[in-house]
Design a protein around this ligand. Structure first.
Ligand SMILES: *Cc1c(COP(=O)(O)O)cnc(C)c1O
Length: 449
């Protein structure tokens, strides 16, 4: 019998061998992957949700854990061979609980949309009523849009914002008392103010509803105390791990004081109902490799470096808001209290035109609806800007003003023809693009250098 004399591969060997093989044997795929890294270096992302995952977290996601089928929870699996998987998942759960000061954490949801689905499935019967923020006011589609399971399987009622872009809490209360929803969902995708979780809880209590807070967009601000935490205020909190937490694509379900209390109307606790909804009701075996990456990201989120990064996200949002105001743009709500800045466009330039023209100059933003919106959602009259990626490039106040100046010059150079078509002088466009690229080179993504 042949005897192995070479030492067996470890995780580092596996990654090195995999990368070498990929570049040697699949040039087509490898080329695309390289092009994407280059693109992320060269374009200025102002996408509100975007951030760069750290290479260390990336490496944790690519491990042999992917080979293990681990249905169930640590210590309670339906198959063998899970001793390392159990350690990884227990670590991720512990870190999630510590970071958010939660009693309960589930780390298996493949995304935040799934996490929301898991929570609704755990606590509602099909056809029950839910009250969530409307998409056109900045809510997420999983909070009740008719295009999402949340609006298809449940009777979804939607609340909105006032003309100043602030959640209309009086309307939330009125709708809650009129419709008596089983659950109220708060949390947003395009919202620049602090969310008053306490107020939501008071309304939920008055209406006899459960409160779910989805902090996907603000998880890093919450984790570092820059936004009030909903953990003990809401019954359940969800978040994704790939926005401000700089982690892998995935979701978390958290609960604080309510975790081990009984779900109203059910014979079980929140924590048990949530665990059972994730598995076996909605998912099979978890992506344990991604749970390892979640563990890595959650550890980083406790560091002082991460704390500084979240501080930069906040201060950069203030810089952006005042720089746009200095150029006479209306900032919805008069400023930002988080990482999001919403701009109302002018001069016949629609969100669709601005997004397209800026992308051709290597600046990525999202068109977005603004309060009192008159245009359809694929056109819109505003831009949503977020500061997650900019914070990772460590751009100082002067740099922020430079970016806003550049954006304003580009928008001033655009000649709209219709709601979607426009002219932008090719020579000028090329000049703008080179300026953006030079700026990106001068301010590399700190996590990548
Ligand atoms: C981004 C986002 C989600 C969805 O996250 P995925 O992980 O991409 O499904 C859910 N809720 C809110 C509020 C979000 O901003």
């Amino acid at each position: 019998m042949a005897v192995h004399t070479e030492p067996l591969m470890n995780q580092a060997d596996l990654l090195q061998r995999g990368l070498a093989d990929l570049w040697a044997q699949d040039a087509e795929l490898a080329g695309i992957l390289d092009a994407e890294v280059a693109r992320q270096h060269q374009v200025l992302s102002l996408v509100s949700s975007s951030c760069a995952v750290r290479p260390m977290t990336l490496a944790a996601s690519a491990s042999a854990l992917v080979n293990v089928t681990a249905e169930g929870l640590p210590g309670r699996r339906y198959g063998g061979g899970c001793e390392n998987v159990d350690l990884v998942e227990a670590l991720a759960i512990r870190r999630a609980r510590e970071l958010f000061d939660a009693q309960y954490a589930s780390v298996q949801s493949h995304s935040a949309s799934n996490a929301n689905y898991h929570v609704l499935t755990a606590l509602l019967e099909p056809g029950d009523t839910l009250l969530g923020m409307g998409v056109k006011y900045g809510g997420h589609h999983t909070h009740g849009s008719s295009t999402s399971f949340a609006g298809i399987y449940y009777k979804a009622i939607r609340y909105g914002t006032t003309s100043a872009g602030v959640i209309d809490y009086d309307q939330v209360r009125k709708l809650a008392l009129a419709h008596r929803p089983r659950i109220i969902m708060c949390g947003a995708t395009a919202y620049s103010r602090v969310i008053d979780f306490q107020r939501f809880r008071e309304i939920a209590d008055e209406a006899g509803a459960i409160l779910l807070a989805d902090i996907s967009h603000i998880a890093g601000l919450v984790a570092t105390g820059r936004h009030p935490s909903p953990i003990d205020v809401a019954h359940v909190t969800t978040t994704c791990t790939h926005k401000q937490l700089m982690g892998p694509r995935g979701g978390l379900i958290l609960s604080g004081q309510a975790a081990n209390t009984k779900v109203p109307g059910l014979r079980t606790t929140f924590s048990r109902a949530l665990d059972q909804a994730v598995y076996p009701r909605m998912q099979g075996a978890p992506a344990v490799n991604m749970i390892a990456a979640k563990a890595a990201a959650l550890a980083y989120a406790k560091s002082t470096e991460f704390d500084r990064s979240m501080g930069r996200i906040r201060s950069t949002a203030d810089e952006f808001a005042s720089a746009f105001q200095a150029h006479d743009y209306e900032v919805v709500g008069g400023g930002s209290e988080n990482h999001t800045v919403l701009i109302r466009l002018r001069g016949g330039i629609t969100g669709a035109i601005a997004e397209s023209a800026l992308e051709r100059c290597a600046i990525i933003v999202d068109k977005y609806r603004v309060p009192g919106e008159t245009r359809p959602s694929l056109i819109t009259s505003g831009l949503r800007i977020g500061t997650g990626s900019i914070a990772q490039r460590r751009i100082d106040p002067q740099g922020c003003r430079q970016i806003v100046d550049l954006i304003c010059r580009i928008l001033d150079s655009v000649r709209p023809i219709s709601e979607q078509d426009y002219l932008l002088e090719p020579a000028l466009r090329e000049q703008f693009r080179l300026q953006t690229e030079a700026f990106c080179t001068a301010h590399p993504i700190a996590e990548y250098v």
